[in-house]
Design a protein around this ligand. Structure first.
Ligand SMILES: Cc1ncc(C[n+]2csc(CCOP(=O)(O)OP(=O)(O)O)c2C)c(N)n1
Ligand SMILES: [Mg+2]
Length: 483
């Protein structure tokens, strides 16, 4: 890690072949360009550029179990720039999730498991639905917040059953979108130290160079939010990248952003560093040239040599072990803290307590008119004690929205068990954060604002509805994971 130079460095030379890491990284690049070529649709360049990050994460850093994507204490990973979905699909396939090579070949086909943007509840290992840029950052903030809250409620000395990190990757577009400002500011304020983001600093968007529109000083912007910012001048420098990830993990007070200088279309001789590598197939001839440039000797589409697959699949073995040791810890926790464990179990299964609605009053015409927000406040308070997984607040309209919950403390870095959230005047961020909390599991989040300002939250509201429909599958998987 060195300070980035103002001048963009030239694409680094492709290192010599024979290196297993490089073979594994190039496997992502090959699958991404082949899948997009076959579908004649999609985004090859960004997965090709980001392959080293996904490789290091999936094989060395993520605590995940490809055999059980719903394991509750897994690290979360969000690809906020969902257009780069082939990065995620190929990493999931290579590390041994329930995604086959045929699924990869069916990229962007109707009904396939690899629809072209990550879809929650549809593809094993996909944590949230991304595509509308910026949302994934907010989702990741919500997941990180959920982890801190559940850990505060359920962990006991010597029994840290909730203890995971949340990672995300974001692009220029993610950072330009306003929702990223709201979510990042919130994460900095609430000191979500187990949140680690990667910024794909490739100087390219669809219209061309970021010089056209985007000259923010991202490092200082995030530092101003209270984040810990690191720079990796060349994403292909695995040693520097790995060191940055470790430094981010070691920082527990502040969220971390690792700014990685990357080159869209890395490996493609004519499309590297060009917007042309963004949203269209490279072309048959360019795919062949890229194989040469990457020193990939196999010409057959979608072929990945067995040694690369075997190396990737070590992630599955490591994941099995890390999951098994958690299960042992969890079993001991169930013995030592039976009731608390049963409560956590209930919450993760998404089952309400049987008496959850016992205190909800009946509103009748005879009892007179009640303003809808007053009724909402009465009902929230009627269920708050019986639905301890209820957590939320308002975008700075607590007294008007009647969202305050009697006897319930604020969530803050000094008391993460608090269940009331002051979102600040950040409606869009609030929506994205709530979605992240919801898909994390174990919580029922809510947020308040005036109806008219919900216009500021339309994208997360649409995504919430989509993800709600898919929730059942996900909860069922989580139940399986607890067994
Ligand atoms: C809210 C939203 N607006 C527009 C788009 C369409 N879109 C997809 S990618 C992209 C920008 C691409 O630039 P960048 O985010 O830097 O990604 P890169 O091309 O570098 O992978 C746009 C405008 C979108 N996905 N979401
Ligand atoms: Mg970009």
């Amino acid at each position: 890690m060195e300070p980035a130079t103002a001048q963009a460095p030239a694409p680094p030379a492709i290192p010599a072949p024979g290196d297993l890491d490089l073979l594994c990284i190039n496997a992502i690049r090959i699958l991404a360009m082949d899948a997009v070529q076959k579908a004649d649709s999609g985004h090859p360049g960004t997965p090709m550029a980001l392959a080293p990050i996904a490789y290091l994460l999936y094989t060395r850093h993520l605590r995940h179990d490809p055999a059980d994507p719903a394991w509750p204490n897994r690290d979360r990973f969000v690809l906020s720039c969902g257009h780069a979905s082939m990065l995620l699909y190929s990493s999931l396939y290579l590390s041994g999730y329930d995604l086959s090579l045929d699924d990869i070949k069916n990229f962007r086909q109707w009904g396939s498991k690899t629809p072209g943007h990550p879809e929650y509840g549809h593809t094993p290992g996909v944590e949230t639905t991304t595509g509308p840029l910026g949302q994934g950052i907010g989702n990741a903030v919500g997941m990180a917040l959920a982890e801190t809250h559940l850990a505060a409620i359920f962990n006991r000395p010597d029994y840290e059953v909730i203890d995971h990190r949340t990672y995300f990757i974001c692009s220029d577009g993610d950072l330009m979108e306003g929702v990223s400002h709201e979510s990042a500011s919130f994460a900095g304020h609430f000191k979500l130290g187990k949140l680690i983001g990667f910024y794909d600093d490739n100087h390219i968007t669809i219209d061309g160079s970021t010089d056209l529109t985007f000259t923010d000083d991202t490092q200082r912007r995030f530092e101003a939010y209270g984040w810990h910012v690191l720079r990796v001048p060349d994403v292909n420098d695995l040693v520097a990248l790995d060191a940055a990830i470790r430094a981010a993990q070691a920082e527990t007070e502040r969220p971390s952003l690792i700014m990685c200088r990357t080159h869209i279309g890395y490996g493609s001789p004519h499309k590297v560093d060009s917007a042309k590598a963004h949203g269209e197939a490279l072309g048959v001839a360019e795919v062949a040239l890229s194989r040469k440039e990457l020193r990939w000797p196999w010409t057959e589409a979608f072929f990945v040599p067995p040694e690369a697959i075997a190396h990737w699949r070590l992630a599955r073995d490591a994941g099995r072990d890390v999951h098994a040791s958690w299960q042992m810890r969890y079993a001991a926790y169930q013995q030592a803290h039976t009731q608390t464990a049963a409560e956590l179990d209930r919450r993760l299964r998404g089952v309400l307590r049987p008496d959850w609605d016992a205190d909800i009053p009946v509103f009748t015409p005879e009892n007179g008119n009640v303003a809808s927000r007053a009724a909402s406040g009465i009902v929230l308070n009627a269920i708050a004690a019986r639905v301890p997984e209820l957590i939320g607040g308002s975008a700075d309209l607590t007294p008007s929205n009647n969202t305050s919950l009697a006897g319930i403390l604020n969530y803050n870095p000094g008391d993460r068990a608090g269940r009331y959230l002051h979102f600040g005047i950040r409606e869009h961020g609030m929506g994205a954060i709530l979605n992240g909390m919801s898909v994390h599991g174990g919580l029922i989040p809510f947020g308040g604002t005036f109806l008219i300002f919900s216009d500021y939250m339309r994208p997360p509201i649409r995504l919430a509805a989509l993800m709600r429909r898919r929730r059942r599958t996900s909860v069922e998987r989580a139940c399986g994971a607890l067994r």
